[in-house]
Design a protein around this ligand. Sequence first.
Ligand SMILES: Cc1cc2nc3c(=O)[nH]c(=O)nc-3n(C[C@H](O)[C@H](O)[C@H](O)COP(=O)(O)O)c2cc1C
Length: 259
Amino acid sequence: MQRDSIANTFTVATCLCIVCSVVVSTAAVLLRPAQERNQAMEQKRNILQAAGLYRPDQPLEELFKQIEVQVVDLESGQLVDPSVIDPDTFNQRAAARDPDLSRSLDSRQDPAGIGRREKYSFVYLVRKDGQLSQIVLPVRGRGLWSTLYGFLALDADLDHIQGLTFYEHGETPGLGGEVDNPRWKQQWVGKRAFDEEGNIRIRVLRGRVDQDDPAAIHQIDGLAGATITAQGVSNLVRFWLGEQGFGSVLETLRELESE
Ligand SMILES: Cc1cc2nc3c(=O)[nH]c(=O)nc-3n(C[C@H](O)[C@H](O)[C@H](O)COP(=O)(O)O)c2cc1C
């Protein structure tokens, strides 16, 4: 066969395609466990960051020993026994897609734009001297281009915010991606989620917070040029603090505290 014949060109191109696809799929399969490990580490780092416990100079696994991982029933607000759902194997993302483990939300119930809400969720508890000092809640919701996944940490009073971080989203760097800007995230620290009557008051404004306004304690500056993402964050935080989110869990914890 001539080297530059059409048949030879096709044979070489086909062989090259097969070799490349084998290399790519082998790499994908071999790297998947490492990717999953890195994702899990990234989540742990974010949980610690939201709780203000992350120290870059200390081993992540050591720091994470301060965190008690629990699964809660979002309907009843109760902790779920590990013999019913094992936190080591529970996959919350898969549960949120599984019709048996989640329920669909109508548009009125779904300001976060998640479509379905799982029946069970992780929560991460931080205790000091046996007393609850923080609770970290996994949160998610629609921005402009993507679903943002993150963690919201509340102090033991279940009102003051300790931190908000996102470990995954597809918003535009420099616009919606500013949700990762440490200066913007810092604004959440110390803000109050609820008013005295227990209504959810925390929100991201479309503009800047007037520090002289008594409501400023519940307000966060908007993101200029990224109002859609910023309002998405506002909506998702409010959703997860509300009755369709962790409302019943927070209620259970408040009752336990007042006993
Ligand atoms: C290429 C491109 C990327 C954008 N990315 C985002 C984004 O990630 N988040 C966002 O809220 N708006 C983004 N916008 C802007 C939105 O379309 C919209 O104009 C903006 O959210 C409105 O916010 P503003 O009222 O503060 O200007 C993007 C616009 C363009 C052209």
